[in-house]
Each structure stands twice: as structure tokens, then as C-alpha cells.
Design a protein around this ligand. Structure first.
Ligand code: ADP
Ligand code: ADP
Length: 227
């Protein structure tokens, strides 16, 4: 079954075309890497698939239902209830503790604080973060923050995890650890994962990789393009 699909998606920022007819479908439970040069439209495509941006033309479908025509309120509810997100640099709330950051999606979903924090704490040991539960996230290292961000993206059991350069600010060893954790956690839960990356060693963890070039999706390997 198809989890997410983009059909001929077009989107510009003012005069700058970002997507020029991008099409893509992702199977449920699949781990897909979106690769391509800087500025090719990878992040914009991810944001369209996740219902953050609305295309000027084309369609986005999630589980066979069109989402780009939904209201902002309905798309925001969809993101909260069924999607998880991991961004570059983690984007944690620096004043909150590590456990509070992980608990955020549960709290937004209406969980009680005690239950949400208890669930959040179960993520520290498997991620190798024991003892950091009460640390303010602004005081964590880059690799620690990225693991917290990963837990926050998965804690509410999303059907689809959207990750934008989740290893972008890390050295390659930590980056590989992040991908291993992400893939393991996703497989255990049957989560569909869509990860934007410019690193081949990150994409190697995916079931499939696609290349975005000049706002369109191609399945060609990058070496072949333009050669
Ligand atoms: P990638 O993720 O592949 O680096 P992006 O999707 O971020 O590419 O950007 C695609 C194009 O759209 C680029 O030319 C970029 O500069 C432009 N762009 C992206 N976001 C914005 C924005 N918020 N405002 C203006 N231009 C943008
Ligand atoms: P990524 O590294 O994921 O490709 P970027 O560093 O290109 O993302 O962009 C980071 C943020 O800045 C995004 O929210 C994107 O929409 C925005 N952005 C990218 N290019 C531009 C631009 N030319 N003008 C304004 N905002 C932009």
C-alpha cells in the first residue's frame, strides 16, 4: 500500500521555482532517502509531502486521501496525530530538559504530563543517553541533541517520520549511529521514513533512494546525470 504520494507538484518562492513537477510515491513501511544537490528542492518536497507547504499545482495524497486541499487546521491535526519530524540541528527547545523535549508530541496529543514524561524516560537507555533526562537541551552535545530529536520524532508512534538532514551537523560516525537508531526504531514499529540527505553514507541505510534535481524527481544515480 502507498503511504504518501506526490503527483506533479509545482511550487515557487516568489520568482524562484523550487519544484517543477515532482512526482513520487512511498510504500508503507519503506525507508526512502531523498538525495540531490543543494537547492534542488529536497526540503521543499519533504515539506509538501508532510503538509507543511501547499503546492501551487499538483496533488499530495496520504493513505490514498488528498491532503493538499485540506484546511491549515486539518493539515496541522494530521501532522500532530500521524506524522513525526526530525530536523537538522535537532531544533530542540533549549530551555526545556531533554525529557521534556521528547515528551512534547505526547503533550500536544493530549497526554498527561506524568505519563508523557514516563514514556519519554524509556527512550534514554536504548539511545545511550542515560543520566541526561533532566539536562537542559541547550547544554547537550550535537550528537546527544540529535538523538533526543530522533526520540521526539518517534515517541508518539507516527505512521510517517519526516527527517530533514537528521545527521547534517554531525561527524560521520555519530551520523551513522543516528541512522542505525532511526532504521531500527522505524523497522520495529513499521514506520514509513522519508529522509532528506546529501550524504551517500546516510542514504545507504534506506531501502530506496531518489534524486531531486532542478525541482523534479529522477531515479537515476547521480553519477549518470549530465555525464
Ligand atoms: P534543497 O533542500 O534541495 O537544498 P530547497 O527545497 O531548500 O532545496 O530549496 C529549493 C529552492 O527554493 C532553492 O532555490 C531555495 O533557495 C529556494 N527556497 C527554499 N525555501 C525558500 C524560502 N522560504 N524562500 C525563498 N526561497 C526558498
Ligand atoms: P536545507 O539545508 O534543508 O536544504 P536550507 O538551509 O536550504 O535547508 O534552508 C533552511 C530554511 O531556509 C528553510 O526553512 C528554507 O525554506 C529557507 N530558505 C532556503 N532558501 C531560502 C531563500 N533563498 N530565501 C529564504 N529562505 C530560504
Amino acid at each position: 500500500a502507498i503511504a504518501v504520494e506526490a503527483r506533479d507538484v509545482v511550487l515557487s518562492f516568489g520568482q524562484t521555482p523550487a519544484l517543477r513537477g515532482a512526482s513520487l510515491s512511498v510504500t508503507r513501511g519503506e525507508i526512502l532517502a531523498i538525495m540531490g544537490p543543494s537547492g534542488s528542492g529536497k526540503s521543499t518536497l519533504l515539506h509538501c509531502l508532510a503538509g507543511i507547504l501547499v503546492p501551487a499545482s499538483g496533488e499530495i495524497h496520504v493513505d490514498g486521501r488528498r491532503i493538499d486541499t485540506l484546511s491549515e487546521t486539518a493539515r496541522s491535526a494530521l501532522r500532530r496525530d500521524r506524522f513525526g519530524f526530525v530536523f537538522q540541528f535537532g531544533q530542540l527547545v533549549p530551555e526545556l530538559t531533554a525529557e521534556e523535549n521528547i515528551a512534547l508530541p505526547l503533550l500536544l496529543g493530549g497526554a498527561r504530563r506524568t505519563a508523557a514524561l514516563a514514556e519519554a524516560r524509556t527512550w534514554f537507555e536504548p539511545l545511550g543517553l542515560d543520566g541526561l533526562e533532566r539536562r537542559r537541551s541547550g547544554e547537550l552535545s550535537g550528537g546527544q541533541a540529535q538523538r533526543i530529536a530522533l526520540a521526539r520524532g518517534l515517541v508518539a508512534g507516527p505512521e510517517i517520520l519526516f527527517a530533514d538532514e537528521p545527521t547534517g551537523s554531525l561527524d560521520s560516525l555519530t551520523g551513522e549511529q543516528i541512522m542505525e537508531l532511526l532504521v531500527t526504531a522505524a523497522r520495529e514499529r513499521g514506520t514509513t521514513v522519508i529522509v532528506v540527505t546529501h550524504e551517500a553514507r546516510v542514504a545507504a541505510y534506506a531501502d530506496r533512494e531518489i534524486i531531486v534535481r532542478d525541482g523534479r524527481v529522477t531515479s537515476l544515480v547521480p553519477e549518470r546525470i549530465g555525464s
